[in-house]
Design a binder for this molecule. Structure first.
Ligand code: PLP
Length: 390
C-alpha cells in the first residue's frame, strides 16, 4: 500500500532539511572528515553527567511539571538577570523547552496565522520550514559579507509591510559567526516598537564569543520585554545537544500557550535532563570558558588555513564555531562545491545556500572538530581546489 496519500499535506509538504541531505552524502563516504556538524565535539562535563546520575537515584523518574521544575526556572531567572540583563518572573515568564528548537517551533505555532510575514536574516539559520508549516511567509533580509554579515536595520525597515508579524534574529549567528552590536539591536527594537512586531531572539551561541566580544540580548532593551520571545539552550554552551534542554523567556501570554500545548504534545522535558541542566546553570562556568578557549585556538587554524588557499576568502568569525568562507571564485554553486568536496576529496562542508539565497557562494565549516581533523580537512579542501583548477 502506498501510504503517502494518507499523510496530511501540512507536514508532507515540509522539505527535508538540506543539512540532513548533506550528512547522508558524508555518511556514505569512507574515511570522511566531516566539518559540517553543528555540535560541540566535547563530552558533557563530568559534574553535569554526575548530576543526572544522582537525579535518577533520587527518583526523578516521573512526569515533570509541564513548564519545567520550579527550582530550575528560578535558577534560569537568576542566570537571565546575571548574564542577559533580563528580569523574569520564574512563575510567569519562563518555560523549559526541548531545546531552542522547540521554542522556535512553538513561537511559530502560537503566533502565525495564514499569510503572516516573518522577517528572517539571510544567510541565517533555517527557520523556513517552521514558518511555512503554520502558514507564515518568510521574508529574507540580506546580511552582507561587505558588512561582516551584520544586518543593516534599514534593510529590515524596507522589508516590513502591514502583514509583518514577527522578526527572527539570531546573534551570534549560525552560520556566519557575526554578532549584532548594540546599535543594530537598538534599531531593530525601535522598528519592532514602531510597527508593533514581535521578535524571536534565538541565542544558542550566547557564550561562544571571541576577542572579548560581549553578548547582548534584545529582550533586555527598553520596552522589549513585552514583545520578545528569547530562546536559549544548554546544547552548545555545555556540550549537551543530546540532552534536549533549552528554555525561553517570553510574555506570560506566550508562556501560558506553551504550557497548555506542552500537555498535549510531550508533557514536559525529561526530568533527569532538567536536573542536569540545573547543575550546569548553577555551577561556576569554568567548563564553558575552557571549551571556548579551545574553539578560539581552532578558529585561528581554520581562518588562516582557509585564507591561505588561493581563491578562498574567509572573515574571522567573531563568535560560534563556524567559519563561512566565500567560494564564489570557483564558478560552482555551493551545493556543487560541497558535493564535489565530499565525493572526490572526502571532506564534508555545508552548502551556504541551505542558509538562504544570500548564502549562495559560501560554505559553512564547523570547527567543533579536533585540530588534527581541521588540518586534514583543510588540506583536502586545498587539494580539491588545486585539482579543480588543473
Ligand atoms: C541558530 C540555532 N538555533 C537553534 C538551534 C537548535 O538548538 P537546540 O539544540 O537547543 O534545539 C541551533 C542548533 O544548531 C542553532 O544553531
Amino acid at each position: 500500500m502506498k501510504f503517502d496519500k494518507h499523510l496530511s499535506s501540512r507536514t508532507h509538504e515540509v522539505e527535508w532539511s538540506g543539512i540532513r541531505i548533506m550528512f547522508a552524502l558524508a555518511d556514505e563516504t569512507p574515511d570522511v572528515v566531516n566539518l559540517g556538524i553543528g555540535q560541540p565535539d566535547f563530552d558533557t562535563p563530568e559534574f553535569i553527567r554526575d548530576a543526572a546520575k544522582k537525579a535518577l537515584d533520587d527518583g526523578y523518574t516521573r512526569y515533570p511539571p509541564a513548564k519545567g521544575f520550579e527550582d530550575l526556572r528560578q535558577a534560569i531567572a537568576r542566570k537571565l538577570q546575571r548574564e542577559n540583563n533580563i528580569i523574569a518572573d520564574p512563575d510567569t515568564d519562563i518555560y523549559v523547552a526541548v531545546g531552542a528548537m522547540q521554542v522556535i517551533f512553538n513561537t511559530c505555532l502560537h503566533l502565525l496565522n495564514k499569510g503572516d510575514e516573518v522577517i528572517v536574516i539571510d544567510p541565517g539559520y533555517d527557520y523556513y520550514s517552521q514558518i511555512r508549516l503554520f502558514g507564515g511567509v518568510p521574508v529574507p533580509v540580506p546580511a552582507r559579507e561587505s558588512n561582516r554579515f551584520k544586518v543593516d536595520p534599514d534593510d529590515i525597515k524596507a522589508a516590513i509591510t502591514d502583514k509583518t508579524k514577527l522578526m527572527i534574529i539570531n546573534t551570534p549567528s549560525n552560520p556566519t559567526g557575526a554578532i549584532f552590536d548594540a546599535n543594530i539591536l537598538r534599531a531593530i527594537a525601535q522598528l519592532a516598537m514602531e510597527h508593533d512586531l514581535i521578535v524571536l531572539s534565538d541565542e544558542p551561541y550566547e557564550h561562544i564569543l571571541f576577542d572579548g566580544n560581549q553578548h547582548l540580548s534584545i529582550g533586555s532593551f527598553d520596552g522589549m520585554a513585552q514583545r520578545t520571545i528569547s530562546a536559549f539552550t544548554l546544547s552548545k554552551s555545555y556540550a549537551m545537544t543530546g540532552w534536549r534542554v533549552g528554555y525561553t523567556v517570553a510574555p506570560p501570554a506566550v508562556i501560558d500557550e506553551m504550557e497548555k500545548l506542552m500537555e498535549h504534545m510531550v508533557s514536559g522535558v525529561t526530568a533527569v535532563a532538567q536536573r542536569a541542566a540545573l547543575a550546569a546553570i548553577e555551577a561556576p562556568q569554568d567548563c564553558v570558558r575552557e571549551m571556548v578557549n579551545t574553539y578560539d585556538k581552532r578558529r585561528r587554524i581554520v581562518h588562516e588555513g582557509l585564507n591561505a588557499i588561493d581563491g578562498i576568502q574567509c572573515l574571522n568569525p567573531e563568535s560560534t564555531f563556524y567559519a563561512f568562507p566565500n567560494i564564489s571564485s570557483f564558478g560552482l554553486s555551493s551545493w556543487e562545491f560541497a558535493r564535489y568536496l565530499v565525493k572526490e576529496h572526502q571532506v564534508a562542508v555545508v552548502p551556504g545556500s541551505i542558509f538562504g539565497q544570500s548564502g549562495e557562494g559560501y560554505v559553512r565549516l564547523s570547527f567543533a572538530a579536533s585540530i588534527g581533523q581541521l588540518k586534514e580537512g583543510i588540506a583536502r579542501i586545498r587539494r580539491g581546489i588545486e585539482a579543480l583548477k588543473s
